[in-house]
Design a protein around this ligand. Structure first.
Ligand code: DCP
Ligand code: MG
Length: 547
């Protein structure tokens, strides 16, 4: 059995309620619930002491706790914002962070664990332990999981200190066990499980649907085969399940019942779609539909601006009510949109004419779903953007991006000749772009490399008799020195006519390269020793020098 991984599962305590407490600290000491429609979708732990549960009807909750304070929670904006902050924070521990809903994250910390083990630090278990630890597996997983508990503790502390939120953590060698074990001690706590206790944990689940991958539908299918509990599943005839679910799914489900889950932690990128929907009180006129969609579009654009990517596809969702058959049906249609409709500097606002163009597209989708020449009744409208263009940013920066930036600084307009592999002409960034406005841009090694190139460019520029010195700030880099070409301190030689001071500030590898280039050039054409450009006819450097 493979126990090589160490996975931490983090689940924030009463998430929406904690966010509301951040906004209004007075709530902290009072029983309160977050309301969506007629339900309390979550409540703080004080309210839970009264027996209030998630998704309880308001009326029922009020009976249990007449003083229950209710806060509306339909607008997910703040929850989403904080949710991404938590994920960003966890990404500092591993690049393998998988978001699950708004308040859960799986983090594969295997790499960090092995680093800590290599450093030889003392190992201790932090938090609760599930099951018997008198005879642990000797493959090394015990130590790894112990280190995992320390990492989970660090994560929780950081989330508390930096975001003022409490959470629970589960530590295990796979995702299934990590998720299940984390909820054993709540709130503000953590629990580890070692592989030898996996079966015990699975058997402690009182219902098959407690296994995360087994939803209600699959649970029902299994129940129809008289497989109702985890032990039923463990003891079931595999061939029968195989017949029902097919070989792959059957194996997955069967394995899960023993706590076996090889599924990897998949690094969550940005959401694949950004959308909002609004249930409405039966709309039956096109004008109302348009108004509603316009409102949705404006709300959606705010989310898009927060996300930062440029939408490429718009999707419309419509729920129609069929009076005759008394059924509601949802239908969606989507189409591509012109990315030039968006102004990258202010994605949240479209110009009037662009808004009209987009609304025309959306209404065209609407008429594909709804025959507007006949009576209709709409009970829900939704808008989403489903494909996006990533703009170049600090994180996925390429040399081209740096060129764009630097060219901007220099006000050079002739950039048509550059080819942009990840972008299209209509979205050439006019400002530097940070993917997540909340996230701190990470230092980029390529940036250093580029600044070296720029330094090189400046270095050569002077010799090339630059026509526009102000652009290149060559004043700082004047190559007017009469230093000797050799250096007695074993430093890399500064080419003649170069400003030694400036030269010495350059990184060693660049100095080396400059010297080599100088030498090459000198050897090639001693009479024209300053024409260093010729030494590399096709280099980026040449491009830069030209411009
Ligand atoms: N939520 C929701 N609808 C549900 C359940 C939850 O909209 N049926 C929202 C509200 C929760 C959030 O999702 O705050 C996270 O769900 P959890 O199940 O993790 O619940 P909590 O974080 O609120 O509580 P817990 O402390 O049990 O994790
Ligand atoms: Mg939670």
């Amino acid at each position: 059995m493979d126990h090589s991984r160490t996975i931490v599962h983090i689940d924030l305590d009463c998430f929406y309620a904690q966010v509301e407490e951040l906004k209004n600290t007075e709530l902290k000491t009072l029983p309160f619930g977050v309301q969506q429609q007629n339900f309390v979708i979550t409540s703080n732990y004080i309210a839970r002491e009264y027996g209030i549960k998630k998704c309880m009807l308001i009326s029922e909750a009020k009976k249990l706790c007449p003083n229950l304070i209710l806060v509306r929670g339909e607008d997910l904006h703040d929850y989403r914002q904080i949710s991404y902050k938590v994920t960003s924070l966890l990404q500092k521990y591993s690049h393998l962070v998988e978001r699950l809903g708004l308040d859960e994250n799986f983090i594969d910390v295997s790499k960090l664990v092995s680093e800590r083990l290599q450093n030889g630090a003392e190992i201790s278990i932090v938090g609760n332990i599930f099951g018997d630890i008198s005879s642990l597996c000797d493959c090394g997983c015990s130590d790894r999981l112990k280190v995992g508990t320390e990492i989970a503790q660090d994560m929780r502390e950081q989330i508390k200190n930096e975001l003022n939120l409490t959470c629970c953590a589960g530590i295990a060698h796979n995702k299934l066990l990590a998720k299940l074990i984390g909820s054993k001690h709540k709130p503000d706590n953590q629990t580890v499980i070692f592989p030898n206790s996996a079966v015990e944990l699975m058997l402690s689940l009182n219902n098959l649907s407690k296994i995360p991958s087994i939803g209600l539908a699959l649970g029902k299918q299994l129940s129809n085969m008289n497989i109702k509990s985890v032990s039923d599943l463990q003891e079931s005839d595999f061939l029968k399940i195989k017949k029902l679910l097919g070989p792959e799914k059957a194996k997955t489900v069967y394995d899960l019942s023993f706590g076996i889950d090889p599924s990897p932690v998949k690094s969550s990128g940005k959401p694949q779609s950004i959308g909002i929907e609004d249930a409405c009180k039966s709309i039956s006129a096109e004008k109302e539909v348009k108004e509603k969609l316009k409102q949705l579009l404006n709300r959606l654009l705010i989310l898009v601006a927060e996300d930062g990517r440029i939408p490429k596809t718009v999707k419309l969702t419509v729920r129609k009510f069929d009076k005759n058959n008394k059924v509601s049906t949802r239908e969606t249609r989507q189409c591509n949109i012109n990315t030039s409709l968006f102004d990258i500097k202010s994605l949240s606002k479209l110009s009037e004419s662009n808004e009209n163009k987009l609304m025309t597209t959306i209404m065209r989708l609407f008429t594909k779903i709804v025959k507007t020449d006949k009576p209709y009744l709409i009970t829900l409208l939704g808008l989403a953007f489903t494909k996006f263009l990533e703009k170049p940013n600090e994180k996925n920066s390429t040399l081209t991006n740096f060129l764009i930036k630097d060219i901007e600084v220099q006000s050079v307009t002739n950039i048509e000749n550059l080819t942009f592999s990840n972008t299209t002409p209509d979205i050439l960034p006019s400002t530097s772009y940070v993917e997540n406005p909340e996230a701190e841009p990470e230092p980029s090694p390529k940036k250093c490399k580029f600044s070296n190139l720029i330094a090189k460019k400046r270095f050569f520029k002077e010799q090339d008799d630059c026509a526009s010195p102000s652009k290149l700030k060559v004043a700082e880099l004047r190559l007017n020195s009469t230093e000797k070409p050799t250096d007695t301190n074993q430093n890399i030689c500064c080419p003649p006519n170069a400003n030694k001071e400036v030269f010495q500030e350059l990184p060693k590898d660049i100095q080396q390269e400059l010297w080599e280039e100088y030498k090459q050039s000198r050897d090639t054409d001693r009479a024209c020793s300053s024409n260093l450009k010729k030494s590399k006819p096709n280099s980026i450097l040449n491009y830069l020098v030209k411009h």
